[in-house]
Design a protein around this ligand. Structure first.
Ligand SMILES: [Zn+2]
Length: 204
């Protein structure tokens, strides 16, 4: 992207067509069921399919189910993405996003280079289809539009202070207190396992 001449509209158009092949925020699900979150049992969760089930399923249906299971930014909470802009709590990712029929590659009024893919779903994360169907969990994807953006990203994550991890006992206790009293204990254990996998301590 460093060699792209942003003043040349046909070069920008070609770069945009290139990115269109790799990232999208287009939901193939029917408009009427796009925002319906279906409660799923353990046997019917696209994230939990085994290799045999994945390869015997229809690839398009598999992608559609997976996408609507893990790539929807449906709820903004203080714990995840809400932050204060002045006195108003706003989503850090600016969700929900505006719909658009045509992708855009442009420099905004603050001089930032931006790419926006076509979008028919205001709560769908920008993603790469192949990466999602292989990774089978939430994974956002954004084209790198400048060397500065890449350096800023690396600097942010390498300098981020590690938080002190709570003990497993405290973690399970906190999760148990957060779920409804009528919920099954299995629900608490699933959340507990999910958190231990996400934690960077385990990842490291
Ligand atoms: Zn949000």
């Amino acid at each position: 992207m460093e060699i792209l001449d942003w003043s040349n509209s046909s070069d920008v158009q070609l770069a945009k067509i290139f990115f269109n092949k790799y990232v999208t925020s287009w939901n193939p699900r029917d408009l009427n069921c796009r925002n319906i979150m279906v409660p799923r049992s353990l046997n019917d969760d696209p994230c939990l399919l085994n290799v045999g089930q994945i390869f015997s399923s229809n690839p398009h249906n598999d992608y559609k189910e997976l996408l609507n299971r893990v790539q929807k930014h449906t709820k903004c909470t203080v714990d995840s993405c809400l932050c204060k802009k002045g006195t108003i709590l706003t989503c850090w990712y600016n969700a929900p996003w505006d719909l658009c029929d045509e992708s855009r590659l442009f420099i905004d009024d603050q001089g930032r280079k931006k790419y926006e893919p076509t979008r028919n779903d205001d709560k769908l994360n920008v993603h790469n289809i192949d990466l999602l169907t292989m990774w089978r969990a939430n994974v956002d994807c954004q084209p790198v539009l400048s060397r500065y953006a890449m350096l800023k990203y690396i600097a942010k994550y390498t300098s981020k202070a590690e938080k002190r991890f709570e003990s497993y006992r405290h973690m399970l206790k906190r999760i148990s207190n957060s779920i409804g009293s009528e919920d099954h204990a299995l629900c608490a254990y699933r959340k507990f396992l999910a958190e231990t996998i996400v934690d960077r301590e385990i990842g490291a």
